[in-house]
Design a protein around this ligand. Structure first.
Ligand SMILES: Cc1ncc(COP(=O)(O)O)c(C=O)c1O
Length: 388
């Protein structure tokens, strides 16, 4: 590799010994585990073992510590992020913030949305919402003008992906937010496929809400999803999906109704899942330390290398070629791609397959350029019937 910045990021491989036993191209789905995650989980366990009920004085502050790490990565101000278990729960909390009136009941999002998000909003139709899905003409991109045209004075919320999971297309969020603002709608941005690989500035983008998790490019494993709420909106909503940690005084055990706190904890439900926060700590710290700008610069070089291979092998690219609208993963297809993906995984070239679009791969800051060559070399071998 000629790029000195990309080369310097390989220094971080020392934190990921699991990389020495595989070719890891699955960070868009499950980031590699940092060695420190084991120590951090052990710390969680030891606090539990030695401190019993008093463990909570160590455990609860971990929620705000994790939130602070996320705030730095997404350029949010302090006190605007709260941790949850997964994006589906976050979306349910947000959906429960809205009331649907005939004059404003539209929920607009792309037909290429990640299904779990769609499931939450489709269920809102039982409460009076009307979901409008903006189709994709090519199965890869979504026309920004079509998205903006679908957002009108009847639109309440626009829960969209920053980067489309099945193609890595980056949506023009600023333009969509400008349109939403014109008509008084709220953009809810699912950043799961961008956090940790595409620089994010939620304030500059102008979103009302954003969310994501730590499983993928943050290398944090499951259980540490996050919700950002624009500062001035925090007190404007009172989620029906709630719990005692959203109360102004949870340990006063007041009955019978909720009195919401005026902080971001207002969007919290029941007892937070603490182990996931310990587990996600190391990955979030490493990404924060490197800085997503550098990760993005390397990612673009590496994904272009993947595209060159795909072109050379005559495979169908299902990701945008243009760097500025291409996220961190590359999707490509050919007859028999699902079987080849299975075999690649068996040979420890970790990747995944999505129906209709093909194999998804993602290099990350820890990927060596020669691993890209090795992956496509192996794929060539498998396609030509070569064993191992
Ligand atoms: C864009 C996007 N949103 C959401 C999810 C997952 O949601 P949850 O955290 O509810 O499992 C994924 C992938 O797992 C995703 O790619």
């Amino acid at each position: 590799m000629t790029d000195p910045v990309a080369e310097s990021l390989l220094e971080y491989r020392k934190h990921f010994p699991a990389l020495e036993e595989c070719c890891h191209f699955i960070s868009h789905s499950l980031g590699c585990v940092p060695a420190q995650a084991k120590e951090d989980l052990l710390e969680f366990f030891e606090i539990w073992r030695t401190k019993s009920i008093t463990a909570w004085s160590d455990w609860l502050p971990e929620v705000d510590r994790a939130a602070e790490r996320i705030e730095k990565i997404i350029s949010a101000t302090r006190g605007t992020v709260i941790m949850h278990q997964n994006v589906s729960t976050v979306m349910s909390v947000l959906a429960s913030c809205f009331e649907y009136k005939p004059e404003r009941n539209k929920i607009v999002y792309e037909a290429l949305q990640f299904p779990t998000v769609s499931y939450v909003w489709q269920a809102e139709q039982r409460r009076g919402a009307e979901c409008v899905l903006v189709p994709s003409a090519d199965g890869i991109t979504i026309d920004t003008d079509a998205m903006c045209a679908a957002i009108d004075e009847k639109t309440l919320a626009v829960p969209i992906s920053h980067v489309v999971f099945s193609s890595a297309y980056i949506q023009d969020i600023k333009k969509i937010c400008d349109r939403a603002k014109q008509v008084g709608a709220h953009v809810i941005l699912d950043c799961y496929q961008s956090i940790g690989v595409v620089p994010l500035d939620v304030i500059d983008l102008g979103v009302s809400f954003a969310c994501g998790g730590s499983v993928k490019y943050l290398c944090g494993g499951p259980g540490a999803a996050w919700l950002y709420v624009r500062k001035d909106l925090i007190e404007q909503f009172s989620p029906r999906v709630t719990g005692w940690f959203g109360n102004e005084s949870p340990f006063a055990f007041t009955m019978p109704g909720q009195t919401y706190t005026d902080t971001i904890w207002r969007y919290m439900g029941g007892t937070p899942a603490i182990a996931g926060l310990y587990q996600s700590r190391a990955g979030q710290k490493i990404v924060g330390e490197i800085g997503v700008r550098k990760i993005r610069d390397k990612s673009l070089v590496m994904t272009q290398k993947c595209i060159d291979w795909i072109d050379e092998l005559g495979l169908k690219l299902n990701t945008p070629r243009k760097a500025e609208i291409r996220g961190g993963s590359i999707v490509f297809d050919f007859v028999g791609s699902a079987d080849v993906c299975r075999e690649l995984n068996r040979r420890k070239f970790f990747c995944d397959h999505r129906p209709g679009v093909g194999i998804r791969i993602a290099p990350h800051f820890y990927t060596k350029p020669e691993e890209v060559d090795a992956l496509f070399g192996e794929l060539k071998k498998i396609r030509s019937g070569g064993g191992r």
